[in-house]
Design a protein around this ligand. Structure first.
Ligand code: F6R
Length: 249
C-alpha cells in the first residue's frame, strides 16, 4: 500500500436503530435543502429502509426532492428493473415513488446489457452530474461497501463483480421463495465511492461491530473493503451502540 494520509471518521453513536435513522435522515435533508442541485449516492439493504421512510415522511410534510439526482451503488446482474429482488424495484418502492424526484433522476446501474458499456456509462453520468455530494453507505458483515467484496482494489471503478457466498446468503431473504440470489452484480468501485465529497456510513446491530472494527482499527487492506474509508477525509459514521461495540474512535 503506498503512503497516503489516513483519516478517522467522525463518529456518532446513538441508542437505537430508530435514532440512527433519524440522524442520518436529518443529515440528508439538510444536504438536500441547502443545495441547488443535490447529488446523492444511495444504498439499498435493510439498514437504510428506516432512513427512506423518514425522507418520505419529510416529503409529505413539505420537503421537495425535485432538484435531487441520485446514483445507487449497485444492482444484481441479470435482473431487470421490474424483478422484485432488483435494487431498482426496492428504490422505486421505498424512495423514488414516495417523493417528488423527477423521472430519470434516480439512477440505478442496469443489471442487463453489456456490463462494460453500462459501467462506463454509469461513471460518465455521475461525472456529468458533477460528482456525488453525499454518499449514503452501508457495510456488509464481511466489510463490503457497495458490492465491493474482500479483495477489491481500492482504485476499482464501476464494474461487474462476483458476489461472496456469505453476501448471497445474507440477501436471500429479499428474494421470493424458490428464486436464487444472482451470483454477479454491477457495483460502483471503491475508487468511485471515495470520490464522493462526503460519505455517511450507517451501521446498526452487533452483527456489524466486527466489520466496523476491521474497517477503522486496522491498517487499510483489501481484505476489508470498508477500510478504504480511512483514505477519505470526510466520513461520518452514524451507528447504534450494538454496532459501535468494537470502536474506540
Ligand atoms: C446495498 C449495498 C450493500 C449494503 C450492505 C449492508 O446497496 O451496497 O453494501 O449496504 O450489504 O446491507 P444491510 O443494510 O442489509 O445489512
Amino acid at each position: 500500500m503506498t503512503q497516503r494520509a489516513l483519516y478517522r471518521p467522525a463518529l456518532v453513536v446513538l441508542e437505537s436503530p430508530e435514532a440512527v435513522a433519524a440522524e442520518v435522515a436529518q443529515r440528508i435533508l439538510r444536504f438536500v435543502e441547502t443545495r441547488a442541485h443535490p447529488v446523492l449516492g444511495l444504498a439499498t439493504g435493510r439498514t437504510p429502509l428506516a432512513v427512506y421512510a423518514r425522507l418520505a415522511a419529510a416529503h409529505r410534510a413539505g420537503t421537495s426532492f425535485a432538484a435531487v439526482e441520485s446514483f445507487n451503488l449497485d444492482e444484481y446482474f441479470g435482473l431487470g428493473p421490474a424483478h422484485p429482488g432488483a435494487f431498482a424495484c426496492y428504490m422505486r418502492r421505498h424512495f423514488f415513488e414516495q417523493v417528488d424526484m423527477l423521472a430519470g433522476h434516480g439512477h440505478v446501474p442496469s443489471g442487463l446489457g453489456d456490463p462494460a458499456l453500462e459501467a462506463r456509462a454509469y461513471e460518465a453520468t455521475i461525472a456529468a452530474a458533477g460528482g456525488i455530494g453525499l454518499q449514503l453507505l452501508g457495510i456488509g458483515r464481511n466489510g463490503h461497501i457497495g458490492f465491493n467484496e474482500p479483495g477489491s482494489e481500492f482504485d476499482s471503478r464501476t464494474r461487474i463483480v462476483t458476489l461472496d457466498e456469505s453476501t448471497r446468503r445474507a440477501n436471500a431473504k429479499d428474494f421470493p421463495e424458490g428464486t436464487e440470489v444472482p451470483r454477479e452484480a454491477i457495483t460502483m468501485g471503491i475508487g468511485t465511492i471515495l470520490e464522493a465529497r462526503r460519505i455517511v456510513l450507517v451501521a446498526t446491530g452487533e452483527a456489524k461491530s466486527e466489520a466496523l472494527h476491521a474497517a477503522f482499527h486496522r491498517p487499510p487492506s483489501r481484505g476489508c473493503p470498508a477500510s478504504a474509508l480511512q483514505l477519505h477525509p470526510r466520513v461520518e459514521l452514524v451507528c447504534d451502540v450494538g454496532a459501535a461495540q468494537g470502536l474506540r474512535l
